[in-house]
Design a protein around this ligand. Structure first.
Ligand code: SAH
Length: 396
């Protein structure tokens, strides 16, 4: 008999809509004394079945629901099928010349708390929930079967993991130790540096693939400023697209080293690029003071809004860098500005960017809106899985 979580009256609505999070405040009682990661049956105040989920006593998200059908108990077969179907959905992206793909993306693929990324001959997993921790062996079994020739590495070192009361776990799961930097082909054309053992996320920002490829098409003969460059993905695509010059700016020395090496690896012209280790806010201010000008400015900062409490401050940050970016653009120049804060929705981000143009004293129009690539799917009932949005604005 599995344990039971009974909700307060009226708190069943989000589960009825198949949103997978059950918050502690929604819970009336827990019976059967479940341990962290145990399967629980969630029911409404009248005892009617709502979902099967996994229990996480330390987290505000007390249960993560994975099945909404009573007869579909999430056993090994159920979980392995979700993993297999998710990997299958990536086949088109792989066929388009992408050796780096997100195989499983958490809520978007109905496996809340699991990330599995494939970088060529390496698969990297990152687990950030008790639910997925409980299913780890099943998931690995399925992935081993699907990718028998790959080495497996774990990067379960996210902040979300602490909230779930889980210890950090990193290292080789099977096969070879990954080198500090490897390269994966993107869009059949550009080799992107990936830092599996010590880089950000699982080693790269796969979510920006589509935006990088798009950016390339704007860069022919143009001068490009790539802010928050990390390992230089946008800069490499800009060079590939024929940019006259590319300036990459980031605070991370190792990321810039990888970016520099990436230019060589792609046989692009190192004479056309610069790598500057600096705080972007300071750098942009200095460039405006010096009267520098560019044709394309890319702003891809880290997440500024971690919680609702920091939303205002985050928006000021986005507005500030976009204002400076606009001031650096030539007439007809393009600002590609992004926010990966889920709390900043597209309408708010457009307003912030509009305010930035106003502050900079320029007029601009939206040439395209951009979003996380298709291997970072958005779950229909879970809008929180949509986080990365961008605007390509042209100065008129
Ligand atoms: N555009 C990149 C991903 C950028 S991630 C890609 O396509 O791969 C955000 C980057 O911002 C990280 O590399 C981080 O080191 C850098 N960063 C964070 N705060 C910064 C700051 N204040 N100034 C400069 N770089 C910063």
């Amino acid at each position: 008999m599995s344990a039971t979580v009974k909700l307060n009256q009226g708190r069943e609505k989000s589960l009825l809509r198949h949103h997978p999070w059950v918050f502690s405040k929604a819970i009336a009682s827990v019976s059967g004394n479940p341990a962290p990661g145990d399967l629980v049956r969630v029911e409404d105040s009248g005892g009617n079945f709502l979902s099967w989920g996994f229990f996480s006593p330390a987290s505000q998200i007390r249960v993560r629901a994975v099945s909404f059908v009573e007869a579909q108990v999430p056993d090994e077969k159920f979980i392995r099928t979700l993993v297999r179907k998710s990997c299958k959905r990536r086949e088109a992206l792989v066929a388009q010349g992408n050796d780096g793909v997100r195989l499983v993306d958490s809520e978007g693929d109905l496996l809340p708390g699991l990330v599995a990324d494939r970088y060529g001959r390496f698969v990297v997993i990152s687990i950030s929930s008790q639910a997925i921790e409980a299913c780890r062996d099943w998931i690995l079994k399925e992935l081993f079967e699907l990718f028998p020739d790959c080495s497996f590495y774990e990067r379960s070192d996210t902040r979300a993991r602490q909230k779930e009361g889980l210890e950090e776990r990193c290292g080789v799961i099977r096969g070879e130790e990954p080198p500090e930097v490897i390269y994966v082909l993107e869009g059949g054309q550009v080799k992107i540096p990936v830092e599996i053992p010590h880089g950000h996320k699982t080693g790269a920002y796969l979510d920006q693939r589509a935006a990088r490829i798009y950016c390339s098409s704007l860069c022919k003969g143009r001068s490009v400023l790539n802010c928050f460059s990390y390992t230089g993905g946008f800069g490499l695509w800009a060079l590939k697209g024929g940019a006259r010059s590319v300036v990459n700016v980031d605070v991370s020395g190792p990321a810039l080293d990888a970016a520099r090496q990436g230019v060589v690896e792609n046989r692009l012209d190192p004479g056309r690029c610069k790598f500057i280790r600096a705080d972007v806010f300071d750098f942009l201010r200095k460039q405006v003071k010096e009267g520098a000008k560019y044709d394309v400015v890319i702003l891809d900062p880290p997440k500024f809004a971690e919680s609702a409490g920091s939303l205002k401050r985050a928006c000021r940050g986005y507005q500030d860098i976009a204002r400076l970016g606009f001031m650096l653009l030539n007439d007809g120049g393009r600002l590609l500005t992004f926010s990966c804060s889920g709390l900043v929705d597209p309408a708010l981000f457009q307003k912030v960017t509009a305010d930035a143009a106003l502050d900079a004293g320029v007029q601009a129009q939206i040439r395209a809106t951009l979003r996380q690539d298709s291997d970072h799917p958005v779950s229909l009932p879970c809008p929180e899985s949509f986080y990365l949005k961008g605007i390509d604005a042209e100065v008129m």
